[in-house]
Design a protein around this ligand. Structure first.
Ligand code: C5P
Length: 217
């Protein structure tokens, strides 16, 4: 039996994209495979944590040993995360859509010959990480991710403060193969500074992050 340093601890993880309906057949979404979030959920469970994984629509399988809640939209994702509180650990990995359609149509919008395309009005979605980072029932350890294409460390430090997180795991998604791929190169940013990890498998990032988290408990 492997040691279970997180036995008795509860963790809630978000993973994957969210889908924001425009009408019954169309949606707005971010690109996200769910690979990194799902791997983190599995790694925390292997260390003994009781894990709730709140997943947006993905094509990968539910990880073993984890309670999975499937959601579509950002608002559903936030409700599911709040329903999983109290928790000791929150790791918000999902690529949540920042905006949703102001009104989603009940019926499929029809394209009419000769008519201009309909305008798409957007409204802001809730920021799940920020909500949890400032929650009355805030988990002791709140971790966020930051997918950036430049100035990774500076944006991550800003995000740490703004979102009320204890740790931001930042990656440079301009690097080929990170988005949708199996490898990742991350930088850990806390109030005490930044630590860059070498390029590795997303599964390995998950293992090392789970170990980093376990050390904090
Ligand atoms: O602000 P930005 O989207 O770059 O922040 C990324 C971090 O915030 C990730 O941890 C992501 O899961 C989280 N996030 C969220 N809800 C949003 C937007 C981002 O939880 N609406």
């Amino acid at each position: 039996e492997a040691p279970k340093p997180l036995a008795g601890k509860r963790a809630v993880i978000t993973s994957g994209p969210t889908h924001e309906a425009i009408d019954p057949v169309r949606y707005i979404a971010n690109r996200s495979s769910g690979r990194q979030g799902h791997a983190i959920a599995a790694a925390l469970a292997r260390l003994g944590a009781e894990v709730t994984l709140v997943s947006g629509p993905v094509t990968i399988a539910d990880p073993a040993g984890v309670n999975v809640v499937h959601v579509e939209s950002a608002r559903e994702m936030l409700s599911a995360v709040e329903a999983a509180l109290p928790a000791d650990i929150a790791v918000m990995v999902a690529a949540v859509a920042d905006w949703r359609a102001a009104d989603s149509a009940d019926q499929k919008m029809k394209k009419k010959p000769g008519e201009a395309p309909p305008p798409l009005q957007l409204v802001e979605n809730p920021d799940i990480l920020k909500t949890i980072g400032h929650h009355a029932n805030r988990p002791r350890l709140v971790v966020g991710f930051a997918a950036e294409t430049r100035d990774v460390a500076a944006y991550a430090a800003d995000k740490l403060a703004r979102k009320g997180a204890d740790l931001i795991v930042a990656n440079d998604v301009s690097k080929e193969g990170v988005m949708g791929g199996v490898r990742n190169q991350v930088m850990l940013v806390t109030k005490d500074g930044a630590e860059a990890w070498p390029d590795m498998d997303k599964a390995e990032v998950a293992e090392k992050l789970a170990a980093w988290i376990a050390k904090r408990f």
